[in-house]
Ligand binder design. Structure first.
Ligand SMILES: NC(=O)c1ccc[n+]([C@@H]2O[C@H](COP(=O)([O-])OP(=O)(O)OC[C@H]3O[C@@H](n4cnc5c(N)ncnc54)[C@H](O)[C@@H]3O)[C@@H](O)[C@H]2O)c1
Ligand SMILES: [Zn+2]
Length: 404
């Protein structure tokens, strides 16, 4: 029924139709800066003033990832003093540190606790929630804040490479549930994102590396020139050269944002999920390792396996596959995990169960993104399990053969 059926008898509501269409516009800045809480830096005050307008007594809450406390001594005090000095009208309702990482997202009580404290502080829809931390803290606080009054204004300050170049700039939040990772979540675009590169300095090497895998992921399927650059920059990235990492974060965030803006499906109602390239296997490996294997390390293996599968379908050349494997290894990734050796009674790798879970997650129809040359991709709706098992097998041989 495309048109409203107009009936002569206006009191008869049967078979009448009102077609409701709403267009909602989101507009949020993603700013790249350094030392966001130094008095010379006006990024945050300008964003807050834009949010609060002429509100007479605006309020904000501040959440900080506990891991930052060691590497950035006095951060909490510095941040609150900064806010008081720059925005004397602002009432900082509370500050709270949270132990980050995946355990936070899996803690069954945390969301209720966060909601309770936001309620006790009487935060309203004009209040701001500032979240400084890795993807897990951003996701957990962001999820809770998106439920309070149907959504508080969240300003994200991501502090890991992965959250600065991927999840932290996007439109989603999620926490884990017994039913699975990210099982509960919301689409809740932030009010603003501030990527402060100085936070990255305190990351341990494996966290510094984690976001590099997401960069290879997006480059291989979307941007050939970025892929070339990454392959060349791999050793500099591994050696923690800040200029190289800042370029990586910027380009990767830019591609991520462009995808959300231009894909026509920002809230993922369809089944194509290009940014989930390599993730069906990554998520399963994370789970099988009891989350001992981090997300970035798992994504590196996931995109390596899917690329060898794509190679077996002649979608990418052996040269491209080798460049990816070498680039990942030179960035410091181990492209093997013992969980890949676990097999079912019929000899097939246990990790293939991830395909079925990914199909369920998409809502019924499997849709896997594969690379089809640097900077290009295809979606496939079927995966040959024997061929995929072969790709896993070949990964080990190819990695051993590469001279890195
Ligand atoms: N919402 C989304 O769209 C989206 C997208 C991608 C990933 N994610 C989620 O993000 C999470 C991963 O995020 P992550 O990679 O940032 O990991 P993380 O948040 O688990 O952080 C990793 C570790 O680093 C610590 N840390 C954070 N910043 C630090 C710093 N500057 N110095 C030292 N230590 C620091 C954390 O406390 C934690 O222990 C996953 O749960 C994933 O599901 C969400
Ligand atoms: Zn990812």
């Amino acid at each position: 029924m495309n048109e409203m059926t107009v009936r002569s008898d206006e009191s008869d509501t049967m078979n009448r139709l009102i077609r409701q269409q709403i267009q909602v516009r989101y507009d949020y800045p993603v700013v790249f800066t350094r030392d966001v809480f130094s008095l010379e830096n006006n990024t945050l005050p300008e964003i807050l003033l834009g949010i609060f307008g002429d509100h007479p007594s605006p309020a904000a809450a501040l959440y900080i990832d506990k891991a930052l406390v060691g590497g950035h001594p006095g951060l909490e005090l510095r941040a609150t003093a900064f806010l008081r000095q720059k925005l004397p009208r602002l009432q900082v309702a509370f500050t709270r540190t949270l132990a980050g990482g995946e355990r936070l997202k899996s803690s069954p009580l945390i969301v209720d606790q966060l909601i309770d404290e936001m309620a006790a502080a009487r935060l309203d829809r004009h209040s701001a929630v500032l979240v400084v931390g890795g993807g897990a803290v951003l996701d957990t606080v962001g999820y809770a804040a998106s439920l309070v009054h149907r959504g508080l204004k969240v300003i994200r300050l991501p502090t890991t490479v992965l959250s600065q170049n991927d999840g932290g700039v996007g439109v989603k939040t999620a926490v884990n549930h017994a039913a699975g990772k990210n099982f509960l979540g919301t689409f809740a675009p932030p009010a603003a994102v501030i990527n402060d590169f100085n936070f990255l300095r305190s990351l341990p090497d494996h966290e510094w590396r984690a976001g590099i895998a997401e960069a290879f992921k997006v480059a291989l399927i979307k941007d050939a020139a970025f892929f070339d650059w990454l392959c060349d920059a791999a050793c500099s990235l591994r050696n923690r050269e800040e200029a190289a990492m800042e370029q990586l974060v910027f380009r990767c965030a830019e591609l991520h944002l462009q995808h959300i803006r231009e894909s026509g499906d920002p809230f993922e109602t369809g089944t194509a999920r290009p940014l989930d390239f390599g993730h069906w296997l990554a998520h399963e490996l994370e789970l099988m390792s009891g989350y001992q294997l981090g997300h970035g390390a798992a994504v590196a293996i996931g995109i390596a396996v899917d690329s060898l599968y794509a190679e077996s379908l002649a979608l990418i050349s052996s040269d491209t596959a080798d460049r990816l494997l070498r680039g990942l290894m030179q960035s410091g990734f181990e492209l093997w995990h013992e969980a890949l050796e676990h097999v079912e009674a019929d000899g097939s790798p246990v990790v293939l169960a991830g395909l079925e879970k990914f199909r369920e997650h998409l809502g019924g129809k499997l849709c896997i993104t594969l690379p089809s040359g640097p900077g290009r991709r295809v979606e496939v709706n079927e995966i040959g399990k024997k061929q995929m098992a072969g790709a896993i097998q070949r990964l080990r041989e190819r990695v051993a053969a590469l001279d890195c």
